[in-house]
Structures are given as C-alpha cells and as structure tokens.
Design a binder for this molecule. Structure first.
Ligand SMILES: Nc1nc2c(ncn2[C@@H]2O[C@H](COP(=O)(O)OP(=O)(O)OP(=O)(O)O)[C@@H](O)[C@H]2O)c(=O)[nH]1
Ligand SMILES: [Mg+2]
Length: 284
C-alpha cells in the first residue's frame, strides 16, 4: 500500500500502487489534482511498504538520517526562523539538473539519475522544524502542474540547461512565468557548454527579468542566480551570466550570483547559504 499523505488537510491511501497495480502516472495525476484544491505546503509520498516495488522516478521519499547532512545543515541555518516549515521548490526544463541538485543536497549518489516523471521531495525535520525541498519534473507534459506547487514557497530554485540551444527561448518563457507568479525568491541555475549560447540565454532572460521586476507585486523579492555545470570546461563564468542578465540594473531587491556544479557539489552549499540568509531576513 502506498500512502500519499498531504499534511494539514488530507490523507490519501492508494491500494497497491505498484508496478503491477495502478500506474505511477495515475498516482501523480491524483497528487496533482489534489494539490490543485489543497494547495498545501507539504506532501509526502511514503514508500512505506517496500514489497510493492520501487516507486520509481517521481516519488518523494523520506531521507534517512545518514543521508541528509546537507539538508540538515540548511535546516540548522534556518532555525532562527519563527515559522515551523520552510519550502524550497526546484523547477526548470527537463534535463536541467534539478534532481541532481536535490540528490546532491541530500548527499546521495548523483551518478544514476533518471528523468522525473512526477516529483521528488526531500524532507528533514529537527525539533519540530521542517525543511521541504521539492523537485518537480520539467517535461512539457508535467509543466502545467508546476503552479500547483507554488503555494507557500519560500525560495524557488530554477535550473536551466543552457547547453540545450534549441530550447533556449522556451527556458526564458518558463522563467518568466515563475517570476510572474510572485514567488518570494528565485534561484536561477544556469549551465552551459557554449558560452555564446549562454550569453544569448542570459540576454533574453534578462529582458524578461527586467520587465517582471517592475511589477509591484514582485517588489523586494530576492533573486539568486546560480551558474551551474561549472565542471564543464566550456561553461561560461558567472560574471558573463550576470552581465547577460543585466543583474547590475536591479536596484529594488537583493540579488546574488553563484557558480556551482550540481554534479560535483561545488558551490551548491554557498548558494544554499544565500538562500537561507534571504529567507531568514525576510521572516525577521
Ligand atoms: N556536467 C554536469 N552535468 C550535470 C550537472 N547537473 C546535472 N547534470 C546532468 O544533466 C542531466 C540531467 O539531470 P537531471 O538532474 O535528471 O535533470 P532534471 O532537471 O531533474 O530533469 P527532469 O527530471 O527531466 O526535469 C543528467 O545527465 C545529469 O548528470 C552539472 O552540474 N554538471
Ligand atoms: Mg528530475
């Protein structure tokens, strides 16, 4: 039996949601539908009865204590917050590196990552205080469901695979939608093999960003640009990304740019430290 527990309001129990029973897409469809109405801040998919088979990609699992040191350290940095729960959302097109980042944060193996069909969620709890990190699949068919996860988001981590030239424009549009929705924080992760492409990417995104930052409802929302895939020799430096995004023109909020590699973990914690600081500052 697979339990999908929606904290605060609903608990759903799906009998035999295994590879032999209901399809996973059925489970996630129900999850997504539920999120539409519930819009709650936390969802946990318990893989509680292992004998029914693995949940495969898309399921959230509780992280064992030995695996969550990265997340725990983030949680500790947030402990001064009076709120009992913090929610971080990872979004971006498929193949961008969201799941790699989530696994890196949870100190898990990042060498075997498969495309996310639904979502992954990692959660850590300490002394009644909880940190939830959500990773939503970026495939086109899943993207319409993204908005169902926005409620109560403290920081959005947006992952871009800048090496994917063909979908550059698409990426810019999706980023705009996220910003339009007024999420309180945006962490934009850029990765690129061809720097020229990355510059173009940053340029278009920068135009979108500039327009959105004029919106009153986004006033004061902190923005962190996280330049991912720096392990690739052809990755553009963060300074180029900042220039392309015109970050220096942002005057009405704090922003930050951080180089990182979700694959090696380099720079990831630095970015998350900034995220924690911005959350703490906002909640003071
Ligand atoms: N070189 C390099 N590769 C990366 C990095 N981050 C992710 N990748 C690779 O990019 C590919 C896609 O990573 P995923 O984490 O599955 O991407 P995703 O955004 O979760 O994709 P969906 O689940 O389909 O939305 C994988 O082959 C990763 O190994 C990075 O920092 N450097
Ligand atoms: Mg994924």
């Amino acid at each position: 039996m697979l339990y999908i527990e929606m904290f605060y309001r609903y608990v759903y129990i799906f009998p035999r949601c295994s590879s032999e029973g209901r399809s996973l897409s059925f489970v996630f469809e129900l999850c997504h539908r539920s999120m539409c109405s519930v819009l709650t801040s936390a969802i946990y998919v318990h893989r509680c009865v292992q004998r029914h088979g693995p949940l495969v990609t898309g399921g959230g699992v509780f992280v064992s204590y030995s695996q969550k040191m990265g997340l725990l350290s983030i949680l500790r940095k947030l402990k001064s917050s009076p709120d009992q729960e913090v929610r971080i959302l990872l979004l971006g097109l498929d193949n961008g590196g969201k799941t790699t980042l989530l696994k890196q944060l949870a100190s898990e193996d990042v060498s075997h990552i498969t495309p996310t069909q639904g979502f992954n969620v990692k959660s850590v709890q300490s002394q009644g205080f909880r940190l939830n990190v959500w990773d939503i699949g970026g495939q086109r068919k899943i993207r319409p469901y993204w908005r169902n996860y926005f409620e109560n988001t403290d920081v959005l981590i947006y992952v871009i695979d800048s090496a994917d030239r063909k979908r550059f424009e698409e990426t810019g549009q999706v980023a705009s939608v996220c910003l339009c929705l007024g999420l309180p924080g945006v962490l934009l992760i850029c990765s690129s093999e061809p720097p020229v492409y990355l510059f173009a990417c940053a340029h278009v995104s920068g135009q979108e960003l500039a327009e959105l930052l004029d919106e009153e409802k986004l006033s004061g929302v902190p923005v962190l640009v996280f330049a991912n895939k720096q392990d690739l020799l052809t990755a553009a430096p963060a300074s180029e990304i900042a220039e392309g995004l015109n970050l220096h023109t942002i005057r009405d909020r704090i922003w930050q740019i951080q180089s990182c590699s979700a694959l090696t973990g380099e720079g990831v914690q630095d970015g998350m430290t900034w995220v924690c600081k911005s959350i703490n500052a906002k909640r003071k």
